[in-house]
Design a protein around this ligand. Sequence first.
Ligand code: BGC
Length: 886
Amino acid sequence: MINQDPVSLVVLTGILVLGAVVGRKFASTGSPLPPSNLRCEYLTNPLGVDVRLPRFYWVPNHEGRGQTQSAYRIIVATSPDAARGVVWDSGKTKSDRFTHIVYAGQPLVGGSTYYWKVRWWDKDGSAGPWSRIQSFDTGLFEQSDWKGIWIGGANQLRKEFSIEGEITRARAYICGLGYYELRINGRKVGMKVLDPGWTTYDKRVLYAVYDIGPYLKAGVNAAGVLLGHGWFKERALLLQIVIETADGKKLVVAGNKSWKVKNGPITEDSIYNGETYDARLEMKGWDSPGFKTPGWKAAEAVEGPKGVRSAQMMPPIQIVDSLVPVKMNLPQPGVFVFDLGQNVSGWALLRVAGPSGTTVKMRFAELVYADGMINQENLRSARAEDVYILKGEGEEVYEPRFTYHGFRYVEVTGYPGVPTAETIRGRVVHSAVRQIGSFVSSNPALNGLQKNITWGQKTNLHSVPTDCAQRDERMGWLGDAQGTAEEALYNFDMAAFYTNFLRDIRDVQDEKGQITDTVPHLWGFRPADPAWGTAYPLLAWYMYQYYGDTRILEEHYDGLKRYIGFLNGKAENGLVRYSYYGDWVAVEKTPGEIVSSFYHYYDVKILADIASILGKDAEAKEYAGQAEEVKKAFHAAYFDPKTKGYANNTQTANALALFLELAPGDARGSAWQNLFEDVAYKHDSHLTTGIIGTKYIMEVLTKFGNSDLAYDLAAQKTYPSWGYMIENGATTLWELWQKREGPSMNSHNHPMFGSVGSWLYKALAGINLDPSSVGFEKIKIEPRMVRDLTHAAGSVETLRGRVVCSWSHSSNRVTLESIVPVGSEAEIVIPKFKLRNVVLREGETLIWRARAAADAVPGLKSIAENASALTIKAGSGRYVFCLAGE
Ligand code: BGC
């Protein structure tokens, strides 16, 4: 039975709270273990940190339960053992904090390497061992630290230089636009591809720092750089190599006109269209010393972009995976179609042998026609085609450098002979953010959904969060970014990525405070749709909520104020009504203006909260007051007394009014009733929402005690639903609920409907931020045991450590395993499901309804029972609860 009445639930949870405090007298056993996951500015041993006061992070580990950190000591030094050249020794510092610890030593010097280690003391005063030694490299702090000039003139550039003496440290600082590949002495340096990240080049360019020591030798060395167009469209290189030797000398090799340039085998490269590589034009040894350069000319000084040079402080784009095709078909003579079985972003690695001049063409597609031929219609103008022309020297291996495609199928034509199982590998390429979350359940449909969400999300992280991976777009559409952000935050380590992207957003802001729909922005100009622009306040807010990052709030406060000031200027009678996309790609349209007004309220409210966190009390009050005004205006403008719902009474309109509690008193009940009836009866448990409504409807159904219905939507298999996509072969999420495969707008890898991903973690795995804290310092574990679901499990590697909830139930028991990290506290709500007269054990110990044993469990702080659940407060540790009843 669907519970229709939100009020009854409120009543139920209010009664019968039989609080019982379980003794705290237990000292936890075990000792502190070395801290793990040590990071600087959210990154592991980063090269190129151009923040002068970087922040440090670690995860304290402990064998015992109920543990917190009472003190730490951190040492930063210039020697690799972190013993000599100490620039900061915090001493034993009393603090329970182990995230965002701000450097407080001597001024850091740009272009240097620092080493650090940390240890911590537990709540009982026992010290843990020192961590392993970590390092970070500062970037070039001053623009004047750059010695070279922007050069170009061709797509291959080279320079020889000689090193005398023993190399003690060697770094390359490089920004090659649009994309570069750095090579030293015949080898590619590092693992980055499609580097640097895309920015608004006239505002900012990103440079990478490499440790090139392992590539160099005494004597003559050669550096080579390949340049591609990328998003820059032109080609320009800024490079500086700095080599320190044992005799204290410093050799600087900078980009200038003494470099030699020539066009190489890459004869065409374009992100959308693909790459053409003529291997006959290869010049063997061009990137090694001793190469003769007739036909090469001097590098030209080119006008580089005007933007400031910033270190790239986020996970780079890399080849993250290599897939073996699951099938090869021959739909026509000479046409081989490989199926990776998965929609990905990246390219194909090709193995081929044949006569010189043989031209092999690879074309990429998400779809195939019934006859097995690839269908590229939905790529619009993107040609998505890589061409390799053989040199004819035995087995040749090719993969492109300066393009990428969104695809599942690779069509190979012109292949000399018959391809084998080794011919093609699918290279999965995206920003190498770490996957930190997992979700599984007893319902395969949800597991399939989780799989499609994570594939869709990661393959759309290409230094900016993109809308799609395949057609002539792939841009940082803000609506898509904000809608999927919470899902991304549960599944991936987004801290450094979003820190960078927020700065990207600020970079497009103009003097009026306006921002654009896409970041970076390419197509014309108009101020962002408010549902898109809200990515600016929302991402900043999520960074604070999920990671406890206050520096982000400080850095963006002015930008956010200017953005909201701009929105306020657009308001008519207190409401922002302009809208272009609104509840984009909905089944039933909702007027765009209610969506814009909703986000105007949301943005002002967030700004008020940020102002208050930053101690700007007067502004906090002012914005909070404004938010109240918008709230009233919203209800007055959109509540329809006839339907007793909002705007045109769609699922989205009512979900928006309910999500932020914009509906007062009675209107709340009627809007809920309308929403419920619309979903459950009128649409037989189907969504009619677009990308905006979809995110909030799931949350609202759960908030109003109807997770069963939200679950029906998530597990639905008929149109429109996520399951319908899967039933129709989707391996990532589609852009549209409808099945379309023609030339119209219908990407088959669009992450935006993946917003449901955070709901899977929150509602089903039960892992929630507790609103009374940030960054998972307090955690609310509250799984909803819905319908026929007998098991769900989620695990999230938060900044403070791993949080786990895994539950299952049978007819007479509920088991719940939970992990709470050191320094965190969880409120764990174990639903009684249908059980009566329950008893609860933790491990072997009876802890509820058996007073003698109740305080026998370390880590637990209290237990309370009400009609529907047992609520336990617990400190850190792993717990296995078993609730048994009649
Ligand atoms: C993109 C979207 C984007 C939208 C704006 C589309 O072309 O692919 O995902 O948000 O335009 O309405």
